[in-house]
Design a binder for this molecule. Sequence first.
Ligand code: G6P
Length: 368
Amino acid sequence: YRIDKGNHRHFMGKEIHEQPEVVGRTLSHYVDLAEGRVVLPEALPFDFGKLNRLYITACGTAYYAGLVARYWFEQIARLPVEIDVASEARYREAPLERDGLTLVISQSGETADTLASLRYAKSQGQHTLCVVNVPTSTIARESSVVMPTLAGPEIGVASTKAFACQLTVLLCLAIAAGRARGTLTAERERALIDALITVPGLMAEALKQEGEIEGLAREVARARDVLYLGRGTSYPMALEGALKLKEISYIHAEGYAAGELKHGPIALIDESVPVIVIAPHDGVFEKTVSNMQEVAARGGRIILIGDAKGAAEHGLDTLATLTMPDLDATVAPLVYALPIQLIAYHTAVFMGKDVDQPRNLAKSVTVE
Ligand code: G6P
């Protein structure tokens, strides 16, 4: 790897643009393209078919990748998932079953709380599997199975390409689990693989919205608060969107499950609060539309990240619509991550912030 910014002003910008390539590389490590099957790079010392439950733990952006994966493991593999941030998981003294599985996710492989949760899981007799970007890291060394993300070195403090690669590996794992548990038909597996294979191309498509996002960033930069809404896998994406914006622009942002809007945050909505709605045309799209109508009725300015099908059907009145390519909704988080990252990036750049080294944050948090 050349560790320079290439033609980009910041590492973060470069890393956002690298995603089609690094996700493609990660995919080729986990998918046998000729067979159209997931083939894990390492044999597993446990059987997904025999697990009662999967425990996931991580911090920050890696935790949000885990939250997305919860939907995948539950829907594709019918495997119940328990997930918590590592700084809680390590102290909760949760009873974990012997021979169960704890999955930890970490870019650096050195995050102190994640490492402590991993050690706790081992002390309970759990198998441990890590999804990690640095294969020589402590977390990789101490886990019984290592599933690498092939994102290459990530320099920008705000994680972007590592997140996309984490999602890629996690979806492959959910597919492998689905096969082992007999919950995935060969036909659905094939369709999921086909969808996964198209992701790098779809990401390149999504990046074409950058010009529009740059314009929109000027709007976002004026806000004091920004709300992100989503349902299903778009809910953790809303959390990730809000985290990205906070981290590098220092604008207050909150991610909310769209259905929870009426239980509090709707009180915040007026013309001054941009509401970024993440809504691919999936099984819960209609529900999210009614939440958007609630926002619009209160003068809220909606920035919709959706697809042409969704927007056309509903003629929604939005401040802006970022049109993502049509896709199998299961892979939407991978593609929708890009506009989410670009909104935060361009807002922070426009505001003159140090996007690669935001104040008070560290790339790798080895303190507790
Ligand atoms: C820090 C970084 C985040 C990252 C988190 C977890 O807070 O600023 O971008 O998501 O740590 O890091 P890890 O290396 O464990 O993924």
